[in-house]
Design a protein around this ligand. Structure first.
Ligand code: NAD
Length: 387
């Protein structure tokens, strides 16, 4: 019987877990033996007892589980494990399978170790965004949570109401929110800020976003697009500095009038575009709030720092890098469903596991397999490092 290990996440600020009692129950029913590290679900309010009730074995000595598991389920990239006193990647057995966000470009040494040890690594961020993979799309499920939380966080930090209030003491105008980047996180931030009563404007470079913004009650900030900003796979492409300068000029007046800016603009594999410059922040009123969800990729705002709060002349700039982890229960619930949906592609009769590399979803998600780094961009980066 194949053994699946759900480990406790140890990265700073990581509260999520890669399997919940709901998904463990389905794995047990599929004929798998499931081990859950003691306390793995605690930070998501999922106590050990709930896992035991659905047939999991609670593991206190995680070293044995790391070394014996056929499959390890993770959220954050494999890291140094204090309890094991070694990197987690070095504890896996030859031929083990790992699921999780791997942030491969930031963890090249780990990727090399995984390949050397013959580990099959399924990187959740690499899942192709095709219709058949929608139930596995962890980037979307977590961006949805982060977009919602960004709007709620902005509302909590702003010293003003979001909705229009007409009271005996007079009228309070609604807050103005500008969202940079109307992808999954940006559209959820729009929907949430609208529900709270704000006036919301969105800037994006992909033409499809205009209609989506308007259908959610937002206003789209039109840009002089000489060519579409749509790149491969429905993502944005990197725009030249000339275009970005024009975009900043147009967006500047909207930002100056805004109480809140929520920035989510990203281009896969590239540094995030700088869309909110120092002079734009200077033009904002004291007390305004900027939430920059691209802070880890360099930031959409010139002042943002990952996981720090910067006060620039009274404008608060927050750069949270893992907002999904602040809604641990729901983020874990949807993430673990994504993991299970991907895992089910590998599951055969009686809990047997087979890696069919001809399946486009599996092929696209593989980072390492059979001793090789199969994700070409990562392999190229590693060659560059060792050249
Ligand atoms: P993302 O996180 O890579 O980027 C966020 C947003 O930033 C995108 O909308 C992008 O266009 C925008 N952006 C980039 N440069 C910009 C700039 N200079 N100015 C303003 N905005 C800029 O993207 P995401 O949210 O992960 O996904 C983007 C899109 O991918 C989705 O909206 C959807 O169309 C597609 N998608 C498809 C599927 C599927 O088919 N299964 C699933 C998820 C997403």
């Amino acid at each position: 019987m194949s053994k699946v290990f759900v480990c406790k996440e140890r990265s700073v600020g990581e509260t999520r877990v890669a399997a919940t009692p709901e998904t463990v129950k389905k794995m047990v029913q599929a004929g798998l033996e499931v081990w859950v590290e003691k306390g793995a679900g605690d930070a998501s309010n999922l106590p050990d007892k709930k896992y035991e009730d659905v047939g999991a074995k609670i593991i206190t000595n995680s070293a044995e589980a790391w070394g014996q598991a056929d499959v390890v389920l993770k959220v954050s990239p494999l890291s140094f494990n204090d309890q094991l006193a070694k990197p987690e990647a070095e504890t896996l057995k030859d031929g083990a399978i790992v699921f999780g966000f791997m942030a491969p470009y930031a963890n090249l040494d780990t990727v090399r170790t995984l390949a050397e040890r013959g580990v099959t690594t399924l990187a959740m961020e690499l899942i192709p965004r095709v219709t058949r993979a929608q139930s596995m799309d962890a980037l979307s499920s977590q961006a949805n949570v982060a977009g919602y939380k960004a709007a709620v966080l902005a509302a909590a930090r702003l010293g003003k109401h979001f909705p229009l209030l007409m009271t005996a003491a007079g009228t309070i105008p609604p807050a103005r929110v500008v969202i940079m980047g109307g992808g999954v996180a940006g559209l959820q931030a729009l929907a949430t800020a609208k529900r709270l009563g704000a006036i919301v404007e969105v800037s994006d470079i992909r033409p499809a976003v205009k209609e989506q913004v308007e259908s959610l009650g937002g206003r789209f900030i039109d840009l002089p697009m000489e060519e579409s900003g749509e790149g491969a796979g429905g993502y944005a492409k990197e725009m030249g500095e000339d275009f970005l300068r024009k975009q900043r000029e147009i967006v500047k007046q909207h930002v100056a009038a805004a109480d809140v800016v929520i920035a989510t603009a990203q281009v896969p594999g590239k540094k995030a575009p700088v869309l909110v410059t120092a002079d734009m922040v200077d033009a904002m009123r004291p007390g305004s709030v900027i939430i920059d969800l691209a802070a880890e990729q360099g930031g959409n705002c010139e002042f943002s720092k990952p996981d720090e709060e910067v006060n620039h002349n009274g404008v608060m700039i927050l750069g949270p890098t893992n907002l999904a982890a602040t809604l641990a229960h729901d983020a874990s619930t949807v993430y673990s469903r994504n993991v299970l949906a991907l895992f089910q592609l590998l599951l055969k009769e009686d809990g047997q596991i087979e890696i069919d590399t001809s399946d486009e979803i599996i092929e696209g998600t593989l980072l390492t397999h059979a001793g090789e780094i199969v994700h070409e961009p990562t392999a190229k980066q590693l060659q560059g490092v060792s050249a």
